[in-house]
Ligand binder design. Structure first.
Ligand SMILES: [Zn+2]
Length: 179
């Protein structure tokens, strides 16, 4: 009971009431539910299905177990999922890369409203394991988990003349300058 009350606080209020059925609301870890990772405004807008299969749900669960839940316990404030699993159609609609890990349920984009985003990024960077960690345009954090194949890539994305550019983060922390 407590966990479900807590979870409500973690769910982004502007994404509620999207017509998702209860059957998709599987608890992945204490603070994270499947629904948060499959609701997509883009899918709603275009009428695309955005339903992960068992393997993709398992990948989302591993991402929660290994990255998001440990982070949630360190920062002790809600994490808001912007985009988790993406079907092929949804990924195409949002301009995702053809090989995006969102397609496999291995990646998520998130924000933390009550903390400085660079501080959250540095906690993941310094304290947790991951495959790729990207500080996206200073607006959200992309993180993925790929088990034993984790690369521990740390990058920052920027728009340069309208094109997305990825730069490796050098050193052991992100210092945000001129984003
Ligand atoms: Zn992403």
């Amino acid at each position: 009971m407590n966990a479900s009350v807590k979870q409500k606080k973690d769910s982004s209020p502007d994404k509620s009431g999207c017509g998702m059925t209860n059957s998709s609301d599987i608890q992945l870890t204490i603070n994270f539910y499947l629904k948060e990772f499959v609701i997509s405004e883009e899918a709603e807008r275009h009428g695309y299905r955005n339903e992960p299969n068992e393997k993709q749900i398992e990948n989302l669960r591993l991402l929660c177990v290994n990255v998001l839940q440990p982070l949630r316990e360190i920062i002790n404030v809600p994490i808001f999922i912007n985009s988790g699993f993406r079907s092929f159609d949804v990924n195409t609609a949002v301009g995702g890369r053809f090989n995006s890990q969102h397609l496999e349920g291995k990646a998520t984009d998130f924000v933390v409203h009550s903390m400085n985003l660079a501080d959250v990024f540095n906690i993941v960077f310094q304290k947790l394991s991951f495959d790729q960690l990207i500080y996206e345009f200073g607006k959200w954090i992309h993180v993925s988990w790929n088990g034993e194949s984790n690369r521990k890539d740390v990058m920052i994305s920027k728009k340069v003349h309208g094109k997305t550019v990825y730069e490796k983060v050098i050193g052991d922390r992100l210092t945000v300058v001129g984003l």
